[in-house]
Design a protein around this ligand. Sequence first.
Ligand SMILES: C[S@@+](CC[C@H](N)C(=O)[O-])C[C@H]1O[C@@H](n2cnc3c(N)ncnc32)[C@H](O)[C@@H]1O
Length: 390
Amino acid sequence: MVPSSSSLAMVVGGRVVKKRFRSESPPPRRFKSMVEIMKVAKFVEVQNDDDDDGGGGNGDDGDDGGGGEEEWCYGKMVCEECGSGEREDETLICDKCDKGFHMLCLRPIVVRVPNGIWLCPSCVNRPIKCFTQKKIFEFFRIQKSNEVNWKCEASQDIKKRRRRSGPPVFHKKRRRLLSFLPTEDPARRIFQLESLASALTALKMDYTDRLTYLPYMATKSANQTIFENKAMQILCKEDTETLEQCLLMLKNGLFPPLVVVFDPREGYTVEADEPIKDLTFIAEYTGDVDFLKNREHDDCDSMMTLLLATDPAKSLVVCPDKRGNIARFINGINNHSMESRKKQNLRCVRFNINGQCRVLLIANRDIAKGERLYYDYNGYEHEYPTHNFL
Ligand SMILES: C[S@@+](CC[C@H](N)C(=O)[O-])C[C@H]1O[C@@H](n2cnc3c(N)ncnc32)[C@H](O)[C@@H]1O
């Protein structure tokens, strides 16, 4: 059971975080109580060697309960992985299937007793929804007429353009944004899109590749960099063109080479499915735009600061709770661990793009195939509670 808490949303740096204040509620449940275990415990028949001969022979262990009578006792909780019933204090019991697992037998291992509800790897694996190619096209609203582009000539064009734009040294000096290179194999691209569609569907979310403005939230006119408290970096013309080219590719069904995977410890997380070069545009942080003041008691842990206004009533956040894209699945580094900080391979930057605030995620170093993507949730103000992040 999740401990009851009251919460207050706060803007911190690149992200909005929620500070939790524990109320007078009992501490989080760590292990099941004996009463709960007994409720689901099954009877097991004890095989007594002496019963084999049907006689009432008494073994060395003394009491046989009345010579040949059936003897019952409660089954012991054993680890589903190693089969041992030892180390009860290190055994987690799944809140769904009631099976036991040693924390160190789980893969990946569980280093801390989880707070609140814990589900074992089989129960946490949400049913993977199978999408046909047609359904994927519908989900991502990929234009039928653009299907030809799926042959991925576009990808070849981008490569050529990237080559044309000068030798690597020159590139580094100019620090220009690079467009992503979609995977060439169409089957693999479907796999990547399916992983994102499954994750969004599991969270009952729709896909959007842009900031969305709904009548009862903030209007588009509320998102103007002139309201911003600090000076905001302007995305130069050339980089804006690169961004537009990437957004056009998304419309045509050509996405960055990324897959969404589920990790029992980190939840959904994003992996590079191809090597990705430093400075490559990865994603824009998308979702519904709302005033921060409307979201102060919101439960969403994925809100992103969009505009930090001089007048706090005008501050805006991106809320990927009903709509969003792959950006909301990218995990953060633990600011308190050097090891975790080394994992950072993206930068999250708020840009002034034609007078509007936008949030972009950009590779800040070369990323190897299979590497997970991470950025610093505390890019600006260091208050997102990342102590327990891996
Ligand atoms: C923007 S969401 C990222 C996607 C999230 N993992 C999910 O399953 O939806 C932020 C939340 O992900 C989790 N998270 C992010 N980075 C993490 C990390 N390095 N280790 C563990 N959990 C992490 C935390 O629960 C955090 O509140």
